[in-house]
Design a protein around this ligand. Structure first.
Ligand code: NDP
Ligand code: OXD
Length: 317
C-alpha cells in the first residue's frame, strides 16, 4: 500500500467508500506520497469519509483533515478528532451535480411526475387539468451556501420564483433572501416547493419537522407544498414527514438523505407513491475532481500558502 517518499504521507479512511478505487486514484494523482489505509505515525494528511471514530487521536504528524464530501458532520461527530484545520469539498463538479438533482426534482413536482407515472402504471390516459407555468411556482431553498446559491440561480433561470434562507443575510440577484430563525416562518409561508440544502449542526438537527411544516401554506398552484431534502437525514423528522404527507400538509417529497442510511427495507417511505427515495446520490461527483483539488491544496500548503475551503469550527460547517 505504500511507496517511499519524503513528501507528507496520506491516510485514506472511509467505512463506506471503496478503498481500492479511491487509493488507486490518490496514487495516480500523488505518486510521490505514501498512502496508508490504517493510522500510521508518519501520516500528515487524512482524507476522510465516515472514518472509524477515534482513529485520528494519536497521530503525531497529522496536520490537516480533508473531508471527501461537502458536509463535515461525519468528522465533527468524532469526539476524538485532533484540533487541526478541516478542509471540506467544494468543487464546481459537485455543485453542478447537486443543482442537477434539485432541478430534476423541482421539475418533477412542478410537472406532476408522480401523477403521470401512476397513470401510466394504470394504463390511464388523463391529464392533471391546469398546468401552472414555472413563474407561478415559488421555490424556497433552506441554505444559500455553495450549493443553495447555485441551485437558486439555475432555478431562477428556468423561470421559477426563487427565495432562500440562510444564517447571515445574502444578496443574490433575482432571489429573495431571508436570514435567521425569526424570518423562517415568513419565508416558508409563500412556498410551493421547499428545498433543503442545509448542513447538519446542532442548530439544524430535526429542523424539517411538524413545527416547520405548520408554517407552510395549505394550498397553492400545486396543491400543498412539496419537500426536497438533499442536505442530511439528521435534518428531517421522518415520522413527521410521513404524517404531513398522509395529512396532505405536504403533497409529496424527494428525499436523498435519511436518518439511517441505507434506509431500512421496511421504512414507509419506500411504499409511498408521492415520495421519491434516492440513495444519497444527489451530488454524486467525480472523485478525481475532488482529489485533484485536495492534492493541489496540499502542494500549496507545503509551499507555505493558506488553506482554503476551511470549516468554521464554531459554526460547525
Ligand atoms: P455551505 O456551508 O456552503 O452552506 C450552508 C448554508 O446553510 C449557508 O448558507 C448557511 O448560512 C446555511 N446555514 C447553516 N446553518 C444555518 C442555520 N442554523 N440557519 C440558517 N441557515 C443556516 O454548505 P454547502 O452548500 O456546500 O453544502 C450544504 C450541505 O449539503 C452539506 O453540509 C451536506 O450536508 C449537504 N450535501 C449533500 C450531498 C448529497 O449528495 N446529498 C452532497 C453535498 C452536500 P450562511 O451562508 O449564513 O453561513
Ligand atoms: C457530501 C455528501 O457532503 O456527499 O458531499 O453528502
Amino acid at each position: 500500500m505504500s511507496n517511499q517518499s519524503s513528501k507528507g504521507a496520506i491516510l485514506f479512511s472511509s467505512t463506506t467508500f471503496t478503498e481500492n478505487e479511491w487509493v488507486s486514484r490518490i496514487k495516480a494523482l500523488a505518486p510521490d506520497r505514501e498512502i496508508f489505509t490504517e493510522p500510521h505515525p508518519s501520516v500528515e494528511y487524512a482524507f476522510l469519509w465516515k472514518h472509524p471514530h477515534g482513529q485520528l487521536k494519536d497521530l503525531p504528524n497529522l496536520k490537516v483533515l480533508f473531508s471527501l464530501g461537502a458536509g463535515v458532520d461525519h468528522i465533527l461527530s468524532d469526539k476524538d478528532i485532533p484540533n487541526l484545520p478541516i478542509v471540506r469539498a467544494i468543487s464546481d463538479n459537485l455543485t453542478a451535480r447537486m443543482s442537477e438533482f434539485v432541478i430534476w426534482h423541482v421539475l418533477d413536482h412542478h410537472r406532476h411526475g408522480a401523477f403521470y407515472r401512476q397513470n401510466q402504471r394504470d394504463n390511464h390516459w388523463k391529464d392533471i387539468g391546469y398546468q401552472p407555468a414555472a413563474h407561478q411556482i415559488k421555490v424556497g431553498i433552506l441554505g444559500l451556501g455553495e450549493l443553495g446559491r447555485d441551485a437558486a440561480l439555475k432555478l431562477n433561470n428556468i423561470g421559477f420564483e426563487v427565495s432562500g434562507w440562510s444564517q447571515s443575510q445574502k444578496r443574490i440577484e433575482h432571489v429573495t433572501c431571508y436570514a435567521g430563525r425569526e424570518n423562517l416562518p415568513s419565508f416558508l409561508s409563500e412556498l410551493d416547493i421547499v428545498v433543503c440544502l442545509l448542513p447538519h449542526t446542532p442548530e439544524t438537527e430535526n429542523i424539517l419537522d411538524k413545527e416547520l411544516f405548520s408554517h407552510l401554506k395549505t394550498s397553492g398552484p400545486l396543491g400543498a407544498p412539496y419537500l426536497i431534502n438533499a442536505g442530511r437525514g439528521a435534518l428531517q423528522n421522518e415520522d413527521d414527514i410521513v404524517e404531513a404527507i398522509n395529512a396532505s400538509i405536504l403533497s409529496g417529497a424527494s428525499l436523498d438523505v435519511f436518518q439511517e442510511e441505507p434506509l431500512a427495507a421496511d421504512h414507509p417511505f419506500w411504499q409511498m407513491p408521492n415520495v421519491t427515495v434516492t440513495p444519497h446520490i444527489a451530488a454524486d461527483s467525480d472523485p478525481d475532481a475532488l482529489l485533484l483539488k485536495i492534492i493541489e491544496q496540499i502542494e500549496n500548503f507545503e509551499a507555505g500558502k493558506e488553506l482554503v475551503d476551511l470549516v468554521d469550527l464554531k459554526r460547525g460547517y
